[in-house]
Design a protein around this ligand. Structure first.
Ligand code: KIV
Length: 257
């Protein structure tokens, strides 16, 4: 059986230039499949709200939603490091609020780490959690919980000011003691520069090949999404396979076969 992945494993992988594979998962069955495929880290992303719960954004996702799905993923896991997204509004108010939410999630699900969105403004919170023994993953660049501020899910860092600001965001989160940092939908050269300048793994999603790890959403990798982001390559067409399988079955049922 594969050895349990820990925060130390991820930091050692950065040092040894070993690329890590992250994938989102939202239930125990998916976790078992991902482990069979050798995935290192399972991220129970709040993308759950959009791909499974039918919301247009991640904003309505609650702590209880995350707990239900993260606990299921943990039950389906034998070795992967399991990260749970802190939902919108459950950590931004203060480091104390973030600690309370994180402790509740860690105690009720058995997951390994929490992830939060934001740069410089969240560095104090990351440090607060880190100093209290909580493994934190950061997330900068395109941060879906800020959709109401930005109005779209497009690439960030395309102006000089935003490019510099995202660079500083990433460094501040790394300096604050995060175990890893997700770089979402930013220019490849910016991700490469951040990756070279931090001592923790960068986890790219639409951020180029230079990142230390890559993450994609379960539905996008498997071709289950109705609309996948342009950077996400589908490695199967399970949506079409599912429609065709169910249609064949329905035909056989109606034909009394
Ligand atoms: O919510 C999520 O699934 C994420 C990944 C896309 C990084 O944050």
């Amino acid at each position: 059986m594969k050895k349990k992945v820990t925060a130390a494993t991820l930091l050692a992988a950065k040092k040894n230039k070993q690329t890590q594979v992250w994938l989102t998962a939202y239930d125990a069955g998916a976790a078992r499949i991902a482990e069979e495929a050798g995935v290192d880290v399972l991220l129970v992303g709040d993308s759950l709200g959009m791909v499974n719960l039918g919301y247009d954004t991640t904003i309505p996702v609650t702590t209880d939603d995350m707990i239900l799905h993260t606990a299921a993923v943990v039950r389906g896991t034998t070795y992967a490091w399991v990260v749970c997204d802190l939902p919108f509004g459950t950590y931004q108010q203060s480091p104390e609020q973030a600690l309370q939410t994180s402790a509740h999630i860690l105690q009720t699900t058995g997951c390994d780490a929490v992830k939060l969105e934001g740069g410089k403004a969240m560095a104090e919170t990351v440090q607060f959690l880190n100093e209290r023994g909580i493994a934190v993953v950061g997330h900068v660049g395109m941060t879906p919980q800020s959709i109401k501020k930005f109005g779209n899910f497009k690439q960030r860092g395309t102006t000089d000011t935003e490019y510099q600001s995202i660079y500083e965001d990433a460094l501040s989160i790394a300096d604050a003691g995060a175990v890893a940092i997700v770089l979402e939908c930013i220019p490849d050269d910016l991700a490469a520069k951040i990756t070279a300048d931090i001592g923790i793994p960068s986890v790219g999603i639409g951020a180029g090949k230079a990142c230390d790890a890559q993450v994609l959403v379960w539905h996008d990798v498997l071709g289950l999404s109705e609309q996948a982001p342009p950077f996400a390559k589908a490695y199967a067409n399970l949506r079409q396979d599912a429609v065709s399988a169910i249609s064949t079955w329905a035909q056989e049922v109606r034909g009394k076969a």
